[in-house]
Structure formats: structure tokens, C-alpha cells
Design a protein around this ligand. Structure first.
Ligand code: 5GP
Ligand code: ZN
Length: 115
């Protein structure tokens, strides 16, 4: 999508250091980190939100949760200590960027419930 900031980042139009990249996914550090480690995992394909994933996206969804999360967690050293995954969805879910992304947050003790 032409006016989508995460499409521009994923497509290289806005230069960003990727902590991870493959054919379908990029991951980079959040501009406004909420913890010592705060990574955004973003599909290259524009999908607005999680409920817009279709049957064709099952491999992509599985890839993110089976492969990418583990690789990044190991890379930043939170795989043993633990971390949190968050997908804010829609207005009440706190989503501010309309391109699906998974927050991987770690490096400190998390509290519950979230705000
Ligand atoms: P949401 O609120 O939609 O779940 O998360 C959007 C996240 O994207 C926020 O944590 C915000 O700090 C981050 N963000 C917004 N614009 C940019 C950007 O241009 N670069 C990076 N690295 N992060 C961004
Ligand atoms: Zn997009």
C-alpha cells in the first residue's frame, strides 16, 4: 500500500536496520521502545490486521510463530529469560499502524494486566 509506513519500511523506501529479514518478513526495532528489547515483526505483504489473514496466509502466520519469533528471541538473548508477544488489533486494541505487526518485547520483567 503506497501510503503505509510499514510497507515503505519493508520495501526499503524508508531506510531501516533490519534485525531479521527473509522473503516474506522483516523485523526491526520499535521507534518508541517500551522495554530494553522491543522488536516489530512485520509481514512484507500488506495485511491490515490479524483477522484479515486469509487461508492463503496460513504458511506466513505459521512461519512467523514457528520460525521467526524463535530466531529473533535467540538473536537478542531473551529465549531463556522470556519475552512477550503482542498484536494490538483495531482501535480498542490500541493498534496505531494499520499494517499487521507482532511486537516482541523483552529485557525486563513484564507486568499483568497490560494497560
Ligand atoms: P501499534 O500501536 O500499531 O501496535 O504499534 C505500532 C508501533 O510502531 C509503535 O510501537 C510505534 O512506536 C512503532 N512505529 C511507528 N512508526 C514507526 C517507524 O517509522 N519506525 C519504527 N521503527 N517504529 C515505528
Ligand atoms: Zn502496509
Amino acid at each position: 500500500m503506497s501510503d503505509c509506513i510499514f510497507c515503505k519500511i519493508a520495501g526499503g523506501e524508508i531506510k531501516t536496520d533490519f534485525i531479521y529479514e527473509d522473503e516474506t518478513v522483516v523485523a526491526f526495532r520499535d521507534l518508541n521502545p517500551q522495554a530494553p528489547e522491543h522488536i516489530l515483526i512485520v509481514p512484507k505483504k500488506h495485511v491490515a490486521k490479524i483477522i484479515d489473514f486469509s487461508a492463503d496466509d496460513k504458511n506466513l502466520a505459521a512461519h512467523i510463530f514457528v520460525d521467526v519469533v524463535e530466531e529473533i528471541a535467540k538473536k537478542i538473548g531473551v529465549d531463556e529469560k522470556g519475552f512477550r508477544l503482542v498484536i494490538n488489533t483495531g482501535e480498542e486494541g490500541g493498534q496505531t499502524v494499520g499494517h499487521l505487526h507482532v511486537h516482541l518485547i523483552g529485557g525486563r520483567k513484564m507486568t499483568w494486566p497490560p494497560g
